[in-house]
Design a protein around this ligand. Structure first.
Ligand SMILES: Nc1nc2c(ncn2[C@@H]2O[C@H](COP(=O)(O)OP(=O)(O)OP(=O)(O)O)[C@@H](O)[C@H]2O)c(=O)[nH]1
Ligand SMILES: [Mg+2]
Length: 206
C-alpha cells in the first residue's frame, strides 16, 4: 500500500486544541425542523472547523425530502453537525446539530443522549414543526430554550404572541437571533447556559 504523501496531511491547528484552562465540558444539541438554520448556527459559532454531514439535495429527493420553497437551499444534514465553543475560560460546549428532515429524526434519540440542554431553532413560517421538536425534548427530559431565527421573508410577531402560539411556559427563555452571526449564536448559547444554571439553583435540573 502506498502511503506516500501521508506526511503532507494537515496537522491539528492551534485553535483545534482545547484551551488549557478548560475544566468542564457540556453537550448541547441544536434542534429544529428542516432548514431552520441548525448547520449555519453550529458553523457560525464553532471555534474549530465544524464537522458537517451535509448531502446535496437533488431531483431524486422530490416527494421524499421536505421542501417548503427554499429554492436557495441545496444541502441538508443527514446525520449531524459537530462544533465546539469555549463559553468561558473554564467551560467548553460541544455542539451537536441534528438533521431536520423528518426521515432522519430517528437519529435524534442518540444525539440527545447525555445532552445537558438544547436550543430549539424556530422559523416563524413553519411554527407547527416546533411542537414535535419540543415534545421530543420534553419526553427525554432535556431542558431547552427557544430561538427564533429571523429570515427576511418570515412574518415577524411579538415574542409574547409567539410564546402563546407555541404554548411555551413563561420560565422557558425565548430569544430572537440571526444564526449567521457568530455573536448572535453565542448569545443564544449564553441564554441557554444561564437557564440551565437557574434550573440547577432551583433544583429542577434532572
Ligand atoms: N436570511 C437568512 N438565511 C439563513 C439564516 N439562517 C440560515 N439561513 C440560510 O438558510 C439555509 C438553511 O440553513 P441550514 O443551516 O442548512 O439549515 P438546517 O436547519 O441545518 O437544515 P437541515 O439540516 O436540512 O434541516 C441556508 O441556505 C442558510 O444560509 C438566517 O438567519 N437568515
Ligand atoms: Mg443542517
Amino acid at each position: 500500500m502506498d502511503y506516500n504523501g501521508s506526511d503532507t496531511l494537515p496537522g491539528p491547528r492551534a485553535e483545534d486544541h482545547l484551551p488549557h484552562t478548560a475544566q468542564a465540558a457540556a453537550k448541547i444539541v441544536i434542534v429544529g425542523g428542516f432548514g431552520v438554520g441548525k448547520t449555519t448556527m453550529v458553523g457560525s459559532v464553532s471555534e474549530i472547523r465544524p464537522l458537517t454531514t451535509e448531502e446535496t439535495m437533488t431531483q431524486a429527493g422530490i416527494g421524499i425530502d421536505d421542501n417548503y420553497g427554499s429554492e436557495s437551499k441545496t444541502a441538508t444534514t443527514v446525520a449531524m453537525d459537530f462544533g465546539r465553543i469555549s463559553i468561558t475560560d473554564q467551560l467548553v460546549l460541544y455542539l451537536f446539530g441534528t438533521p431536520g428532515q423528518q426521515r432522519f429524526w430517528f437519529l435524534w434519540n442518540g444525539l440527545f443522549e447525555g445532552a445537558l440542554g438544547a436550543v430549539v431553532l424556530v422559523d416563524t413560517r413553519r411554527l407547527e414543526v416546533s411542537f414535535d421538536v419540543m415534545g421530543r425534548l420534553e419526553e427525554r427530559g432535556v431542558p431547552f430554550v427557544v430561538a427564533i431565527n429571523s429570515f427576511p421573508d418570515a412574518p415577524s410577531y411579538p415574542l409574547p404572541e409567539l410564546r402563546s402560539a407555541l404554548d411555551l411556559s413563561e420560565e422557558i427563555p425565548m430569544v430572537e437571533c440571526d444564526v449567521r452571526r457568530r455573536a448572535s449564536s453565542r448569545d443564544v448559547l449564553l441564554t441557554l447556559m444561564r437557564y440551565l444554571h437557574s434550573l440547577t439553583m432551583t433544583g429542577s435540573l434532572r
